[in-house]
Design a protein around this ligand. Structure first.
Ligand code: FES
Length: 126
């Protein structure tokens, strides 16, 4: 299988240290920022924009989870999101969701799904 290297977000093994890995899509001053995470054997990815005020969720590199690793935490105002769905279960944006980025795991690599329109995502950050 041929892998499009431009769609590689990270190695699957890079998710082991913190459970998450940040990535950027597109170049320029306003790339789309996101993060991939492990939820059991599954890998999910979301844009790094909180459903509350569109702020980045993390303050430290690759740190997106609560202390016990069970939920995604927004450090701005404490919203909590499910890892598998991005659904906000607590906080000021309760009931809203993070924006999912479709990914697939191939040969130990986390790849952006071919259906994702990178240019459209990046344009929303401009
Ligand atoms: S910006 Fe995330 S909880 Fe307010």
């Amino acid at each position: 299988m041929e892998i499009d290297l431009e769609r590689v977000l990270c190695r699957l093994s890079e998710l082991d240290a913190t459970g998450c890995r940040e990535f950027r899509l597109g170049g320029g001053e306003w790339p789309a920022l996101g993060f991939a995470l492990k939820a059991g054997a599954e890998v999910h990815a979301y844009l790094n924009r909180c459903a509350h005020q569109a702020l980045p969720l993390n303050m430290l590199p690759d740190r997106f989870l609560t202390h016990d690793g069970s939920l995604i935490l927004c450090t701005a105002h404490g919203a909590l999101f499910e890892k598998r769905t991005g659904f906000c279960v607590s906080g000021p944006c309760f009931g809203a969701s993070l924006e999912r980025v479709a990914v697939q795991v191939v040969a130990g690599l986390v790849l952006l799904d071919e259906a994702v329109d990178v240019a459209a995502l990046v344009a929303r950050f401009a």
